[in-house]
Design a protein around this ligand. Structure first.
Ligand SMILES: N[C@H](CCC[C@H](N)C(=O)O)C(=O)O
Length: 258
């Protein structure tokens, strides 16, 4: 069978996007999803996303990690799916769609950047030298100096596979305050089991962690694959109107035999 796909990237976090409004994709086929994401034996991507119709909203996003398994929320994937849905005519200026963690609103600005509303962070835990929370996906956040020089793969892997996290896994973010109101974030991603060039839910968790230490909205964030921004309002420790903002681009279209 020949499948049409579109390759997208959002700040270097890259995805295979499939228009599955006819619901033909076998979401149980972990091996196929993983093979398509493989950078040597497949198309190559950090994840695979199905765009499906939804009875109440403009579309539904179903996200799989590069290991082929159904994932939790993906912020950059969400931004790319919004762009893809726009090319399919699923909405004009603003949209509401369904994802693993529920309802999301989004709109495109005049520069074509996607403003994706994230759900408020859940289960925020503050330890001696870390934060841990759920921004649609679980994120461990560690502040550090000289993040550019860290071995993110080895350090991230050691946290992701420690006794606490090895069963369910976690994403691990290394965060540097590079200015009074600016962050640099590098992320080890669960499900990819490597550093990726950017992680939207991870950047969101990093900004929330910085905000809990006094950082003000909006916060520009440098990632390996570009620049993101997170804006929010904070009322008595609760975060509302949380937006992940950044570019999302179609890279190429193709066909693959499965
Ligand atoms: N890259 C994604 C995160 C995917 C989360 C996934 N790696 C997991 O928690 O299993 C993002 O932009 O938010």
């Amino acid at each position: 069978m020949t499948i049409n796909f579109v390759k997208y990237q959002g700040t270097g976090n890259d995805f295979i996007m499939i228009d599955d409004r006819e619901e033909k994709w076998d979401i149980e086929n972990v091996t196929l999803n993983a093979r398509l994401c493989d950078r040597r034996f497949g198309i190559g991507a950090d994840g695979l996303i199905l765009l499906r119709s939804h009875p109440e909203y403009d579309f539904e996003m179903i996200y799989f990690n590069a290991d082929g398994k159904v994932g939790s929320m993906c912020g950059n994937g969400g931004r790319c799916t919004v762009k893809f849905a726009h090319t399919l005519g699923a909405f004009q200026e603003s949209t509401t769609f369904w994802a693993a963690d529920g309802l999301h609103h989004a709109h495109l600005d005049e520069e074509g950047k996607v403003h994706l509303k994230m759900n408020p962070p859940l289960d925020i835990e503050q330890g001696d030298d870390y934060f841990f929370m759920d921004t649609g996906s679980p994120h461990y956040v560690q502040f550090s100096e000289e993040v550019a020089d860290l071995d993110v793969y080895e350090l991230g892997k050691s946290i992701r596979y420690n006794d606490r996290f090895k069963k369910v896994g976690t994403n691990v973010n290394f965060v540097e305050k590079t200015d009074t109101n600016r962050l640099f974030v590098r992320t080890y991603e669960r499900g990819v089991e490597d550093e990726t060039f950017s992680c939207g839910t991870g950047v969101t968790a990093s900004v929330i962690s910085a905000a809990l230490q006094g950082m003000k909205s909006p916060v520009p964030v440098k990632v390996m694959g570009g620049e993101l921004e997170v804006s929010f309002t904070e009322k008595e420790g609760a975060f509302e109107d949380l937006y992940l903002i950044g570019p999302a681009q179609e890279v190429f279209k193709g066909q693959v035999e499965i």
